[in-house]
Design a protein around this ligand. Structure first.
Ligand SMILES: Cc1cc2nc3c(=O)[nH]c(=O)nc-3n(C[C@H](O)[C@H](O)[C@H](O)COP(=O)(O)OP(=O)(O)OC[C@H]3O[C@@H](n4cnc5c(N)ncnc54)[C@H](O)[C@@H]3O)c2cc1C
Ligand code: SF4
Length: 452
């Protein structure tokens, strides 16, 4: 667990920039949930397409028209069952999926004249109803006598564990952190996952039984891959990306230059967000979802000036147009085509950051134009991607810093599967991690029950 005071106090870095009440209001749900009437009206907008493009666009294969039809006939349990049987984290994905790039982007009603069917909000309506009533949708098959170790209690690991538990296997999940949940608990923006939703959903999933969670257990430290392979019938690795990329600039360790993921972790765990130290002028380096999340959350905490500095152009940015607009709506400035050059500091605290203005080359490369800009900053957030910690994973095939798997999420080792952010070609979304865990569980089950 990290330190809740990552930045030292200073003239421009302080807590209580806004009142507790203002912060509570700012961090309420990004999208208000649908009422029963709204859900009925929205479900009626669906054409129930035969060859549903929305389902094809869903990384976890949810039968979208099927669950919308169930909502339309007021069968919320049936709707939730259709969602959760494919994606056990359907509740979190309804909150954090970039639907504007996935199912809703593909919806046939998404054209210039109309908006797509609100698939994400309908999914939330159905799954919330089951989670709050506690209706049990799944039961376990007869015990198989097989036991599987899962490393990582994030969406990939827990999705794998749940499917295997349903199939009658016994699962032990090991996680390095104090609390299970992975980035659902420690990373997703607080305005997407409110009211301790990650733990509520996790509890619902674990109620299936047959899953033991052991926290404070780190692979490469308290446990190792060789022992797990010996002790269990199969191993699933869902350990995510444990460390972050650095700017590699002189001065990078001065106060005020912070890893965005670590700050978000504190923001998600602290009891009173008004106690967080917040800068006045903030620069965020990066162009993905983490950059947008930290920029918007900084504004919601009361920062005055927040600028995202991204080295390429608007259309290449990993954050979608929707996310870029969300940031701009919160008064975040986005400075495109600038690359970090130098950190300026006084009394060991950052005061500004200088950037080279970049030009795109024909071959996709970038070249400094010779011009530079300087942005005032009392806090600089690094949001330039995460890396796999390969310690303890040396016996596996690793390419470009990620674990190599086949289409069944099987690694180069006979008894080991992997999924989520830690694998090569993973697309760093909750929904994809959940799908990886599910596919690996199906493959593990097939392997363990062959000839039975
Ligand atoms: C700030 C941030 C915001 C994001 N926002 C979104 C979003 O809005 N929507 C979206 O779809 N995706 C988002 N993502 C991406 C999404 O959170 C990840 O793709 C997803 O959580 C990956 O799941 P995972 O199970 O592979 O890894 P994780 O969620 O990272 O879980 C890995 C687990 O493994 C544990 N672990 C790590 N190393 C070890 C070890 N050596 N031994 C034991 N346990 C270990 C960790 O403690 C953790 O619990 C965001 C990511 C970040 C960083
Ligand atoms: S594409 Fe749109 S209209 Fe067609 S089934 Fe999917 S949600 Fe309904």
């Amino acid at each position: 667990m990290s330190d809740n005071k990552l930045i030292s106090d200073g003239v421009n870095v302080k807590s209580h920039r806004l009142s507790k009440k203002e912060i509570e209001n700012n961090f309420s749900d990004l999208h208000a949930p649908l009422s029963a009437v709204e859900a009925l009206i929205e479900s009626d907008r669906c054409y129930f397409c035969y060859d549903a493009p929305c389902t094809k666009a869903c990384p976890s294969d949810i039968d979208v028209p099927g669950f919308i039809q169930s909502i339309r006939s007021d069968n919320l349990t049936g709707a939730a069952e259709k969602i959760l049987s494919e994606n056990i984290f359907g509740g979190m994905c309804a909150r954090d999926c970039p639907t504007e790039e996935l199912c809703e982007q593909a919806c046939v009603r998404n054209d210039n004249e109309e908006k797509p069917v609100e698939i994400g909000l309908l999914q939330r309506y159905a799954t919330d109803s089951v989670l709050s009533s506690g209706v049990k949708l799944f039961s376990r098959k007869k015990e198989t006598g097989k036991s599987i170790a899962v490393v990582g209690a994030g969406p990939a690991g827990i999705s794998c564990a749940h499917r295997l538990a349903v199939l009658g296997h016994k699962i032990t999940v090991y996680d390095a952190q104090d609390k299970p949940g992975g980035l659902n608990e420690y990373g997703i923006a607080a305005y997407k996952s409110t009211n301790d939703f990650a733990q509520q959903e996790l509890q619902y999933i674990l109620d299936i039984g047959g899953i033991t969670i052991k926290t404070g257990m780190k692979l490469g430290n308290q446990i190792n891959l060789e022992d797990l392979q010996e002790q269990y019938d199969a191993v699933f690795l869902g350990c995510g990306l444990g460390t972050v990329n650095q700017l590699n600039l002189d001065n990078e360790n001065v106060s005020g230059v912070i890893d965005a993921v670590e700050y978000i972790e504190n923001l998600r765990q602290i009891d009173s967000k008004d106690e967080l130290m917040v800068g006045k002028n903030i620069v965020v380096v990066g162009g993905g979802m983490t950059a947008i999340d930290i920029a918007v959350q900084s504004k919601l905490l009361g920062a005055e000036q927040v600028t995202i500095a991204y080295r390429r152009g608007k259309n290449i940015m990993a954050a979608s147009e929707y996310e870029q607009l969300l940031a701009k709506k919160h008064d975040v400035q986005i400075q495109y085509n600038v690359s970090p050059k130098r950190l300026l500091s006084e009394n060991s605290h950052v005061t500004a950051m200088e950037f080279d203005v970049m030009q795109s080359q024909g071959d996709g490369g970038l070249k400094a134009s010779g011009e530079s800009i300087t942005l005032k900053a009392d806090v600089v957030f690094k949001a330039i991607g995460q890396k796999l910690v390969t310690e303890g994973l040396n016996s596996l095939e690793i390419i470009k810093g990620r674990i190599v798997v086949d289409e069944n999420r099987k690694t180069s080792l006979t008894k080991v599967w992997a999924g989520g952010d830690c694998i090569l070609d993973g697309n760093n979304l909750t929904v994809s991690a959940v799908q990886d865990g599910k596919l690996a569980a199906i493959s593990i089950n097939e392997t363990l029950t062959q000839g039975v």
